[in-house]
Each structure stands twice: as C-alpha cells, then as structure tokens.
Design a protein around this ligand. Structure first.
Ligand code: SF4
Length: 311
C-alpha cells in the first residue's frame, strides 16, 4: 500500500469514527432532551480525552443543529503541581470557543484536610462540583455537560452492585439536589474505545490525570478490567448490557418501591410486562441482541445528525 493509499484509508476511518461519535451524541441528546433551544451549555474540560472529544463533537453538532444553543468551555485549574496552565487556553483559542479558566486551590485544601496516604478523590470531587455549579450560575449556563461515556456508566453500574448493593448507574441527565443545575452526559452512547481512537487521531493536547498524586481508584480499575475482558471474550456483551440499562422490567426484579407486588390481584393484566416465565427457562438469543442491532461497524451511518426530537 502506498503512502497516499494509507493516508486515504486513515482519513476514511477518521471520518467514519467522527460520524459515529456525532451520531451517538446526537441520539443521546435527542433521547434525553439534553439540549433545548436557547440553552447555554457549559462544557467541563479537564484536559482528558473524554472532555476534549465532548467539546469537539458538540461544537461540530452546533454548526448543523436545527436549534440554537451556545457553548462555553470551563476548566477548573485545581493548582496541582505541574499543571500545564498554557495548554487549555491555547487549545480553546485555536478552536474559537468562549471559555473560562477557574483557578481554585482545591489541591491545597485536600492535602491539608486528608491525612497522607488516604484517598483524596471524594473531597476533591465534592469541592469541584460546588465550584462548577457556582461557575455555571455566574456564566448563566442552563446545562452543564460532562464527558462520561457508556463504559463509565457500565462500570458505575457494577461498582454500585458490587460495593454499594444498589442497581444504579450514572444518569445521562440529572438535576442537582437544589433543583438549580441540570447536568448532561452527551457521550452516554459513545464507547470508550471510539473516544480513545478519536483523541489520538485528532492529537488533542492531553493533560495527564495523575498530577494530584492520588492513588487510582482500584475498585473502578478492577471493574473496568472485568468489562474489558468480557468485551474481548464475548463481543457484544457490553452493548447488550447497555441495552439492558435502557429496558428495565421492575416487575421482574424485587424492589417493592418500584412495583406493587403486595397489590397483585387475580384478573389483573399488567401492561408492558411479558408473560409469566416463572416456570420456564428464559429463551435467550444465541447472538447478543445488541450485537445484531449494532451498526457501528458497517456503512449504515449516513452522516446525518439525528437530533431527532430536540426541536
Ligand atoms: S484523581 Fe486527583 S484530581 Fe482527580 S478527583 Fe482524585 S484527587 Fe481529585
């Protein structure tokens, strides 16, 4: 293959990847009504691959979206030692987006309050959340966009099951406890593998995430490794599990807060619930359902931005 052929193939692959990410983000925005006419979306930029990809795709969607919305990028400079302060301003100026760098020494607070060797992430992220909420109010932002993706949501589901005893993940859209902020996760349908490839191809100036010196969250790492192993051994399993998160049958779990088991009466027909499988083996497809339906690896992407029901 000549160099020109290689370049052509690389461009073709990048184009396909870009279309897929754009389509995934457009669909998530539409499915959860994440962005509405006149919104000002504050995109939280950490300098990692996920938040760069989020900003890039949102800026791209904005160009062709059937609604008007504004974007402001925000980075919180937490004053970790070695944080390269120039990187994000230079990048943000180069893409021409409105931005704000918020400087708050949360690193110093965390170091002062948490004894050496203990995990600092929970205090650090609480402080960060407060600062970002305050910044959103100051900027008049109506939505706060975070860069979590499908694989973060799956990992959180298992972490909560394994360690928290709850069937709970990371919501694609949520409202803050005081009802003042709406947080959205437009990458909810995007695979981490796609984001990784995109960030490399686009050569985003990634800022290392270990500047604070905190130990990585071992529980999350173990769960991520488990998911990655499944993905290698059983292609389609992650897709199927994510589909399952979108198709929940409360009458076939055991949470009486979600389903009135006590109130079940003779003659009652419950809409939307499949037949009684209490005595039968579940009939499961040989191939994971989501793999059959997954068109991410073929040419089905026509490049149209869905944004189906946003308007
Ligand atoms: S890794 Fe460091 S910067 Fe990130 S949440 Fe934990 S303490 Fe904070």
């Amino acid at each position: 293959m000549t160099e020109t052929d290689k370049d052509k193939k690389q461009n073709y692959n990048l184009n396909k990847l870009h279309k897929r990410l754009r389509r995934n983000v457009g669909n998530a925005i539409a499915d959860f009504n994440m962005i509405e006419e006149g919104d000002k979306v504050m995109v939280c930029l950490s300098g990692g691959k996920d938040s760069y990809t989020l900003l890039d795709i949102l800026l791209n969607l904005k160009l062709n979206a059937p609604i008007n919305f504004d974007i402001v990028a925000v980075n919180l400079d937490q004053k970790q030692p070695g944080f390269p302060e120039h990187v994000l301003p230079e990048y943000l100026q180069s893409v021409g987006v409105e931005y704000k760098i918020v400087e708050e020494n949360t690193y110093g607070i965390v170091k002062e309050k948490i004894p050496e060797g203990k995990t600092t992430c929970s205090l650090c992220s609480r402080l960060r959340r407060g600062i970002l909420y305050r910044t959103a109010t100051e900027l008049g932002a109506t939505k706060i966009a975070l860069g979590h993706h499908r694989d973060d949501m799956l990992a959180t589901l298992f972490l909560n099951m394994f360690y928290g005893g709850k069937l709970k993940s990371m919501p694609p859209k949520l409202i803050s406890d005081d009802g003042k902020q709406i947080v959205i996760r437009p990458l909810a349908y995007c695979k981490e593998k796609d984001i990784e490839k995109y960030a490399i191809a686009k050569q985003f100036p990634i800022i290392p995430c270990n500047l604070c010196g905190s130990q990585p969250n071992l529980q999350r790492q173990v769960v991520k490794e488990m998911l990655n192993t499944w993905d290698r051994q059983y292609p389609g399993r992650l897709e199927t599990m994510f589909s399952a998160m979108q198709d929940i049958v409360p009458s076939h779990l055991c949470d009486p807060k979600l389903f009135d088991f006590k109130g079940i009466k003779h003659g009652q027909i419950i809409a939307g619930v499949e037949g009684d499988t209490a005595f039968d083996e579940e009939e499961l497809p040989a191939v994971p359902a989501a793999l059959e339906a997954d068109d991410d690896n073929d040419y089905a992407d026509n490049g149209l931005i869905q944004f189906k029901s946003v308007a």
